[in-house]
Design a protein around this ligand. Sequence first.
Ligand code: PEP
Length: 244
Amino acid sequence: MLIAGNWKLNCNIEEAKHLSSRIIESLDRKKLNCEVAIFPSYICLDSVNKTIEKTVISLGSQDCSVHKSGAYTGDVSANMLFDTGCKYVIVGHSERRIGKLESNNDILSKANNALESNLIPIICVGENAKDREDGRALEVIKKQLDESVPKNSNKNNCILAYEPIWAIGSGKIPDNSSINEMLNMIKGWLSNNKIDNSINILYGGSVNKSNAKEIFSCINLGGLLIGGVSLKPEEFSEICLMAN
Ligand code: PEP
């Protein structure tokens, strides 16, 4: 299992170092049965990398460029992130799909760049509230998978994250049968596309210490992607220690 903490647009360098130190302090190595990764903003990556050196925590970036190099002011490439110590990169988070109008094709390019740079992409997919109400959730996710997952993905080089958009930051979560239905569909999609179906699939959306135990009981769950609660070191660590 992987428990991933997406810090989004939070923390300056000092705060990021402090937050990562508090997570390290709260995690009891002996009782930890999962991998933990944190995703600070670009400018904090180097400092956080030094803080988590020789600990159980891995480093990831919240995004990368669709480009490999060149005249793309403000972009950061997958290769640069690998060079900074990242193991993972989140691509296709709904806040970028919606807020930055990123297409499935952009996400596929980012995921391919990550693979070429030896970074593990965490490719996010998720339906909005209207898609779910209209009974189109499975169809919408299938299209995102068709168009944004590289066909050479496998359990060692890629991770998927199912994040219903309506559950992110809202306090609402799908019941376990809806999560299981989606995880099963994704497994089936991987098999149908001759892609390793043991790829880890994370769930993300309003996870906290009160609902994590129930979510962990989902069959085929490969871990969690956590936003808000990843900024609360004790609660985040408590969830990590529940994983097995
Ligand atoms: C996210 O943004 O990926 C997320 C899961 O956020 P939250 O946990 O705050 O819902």
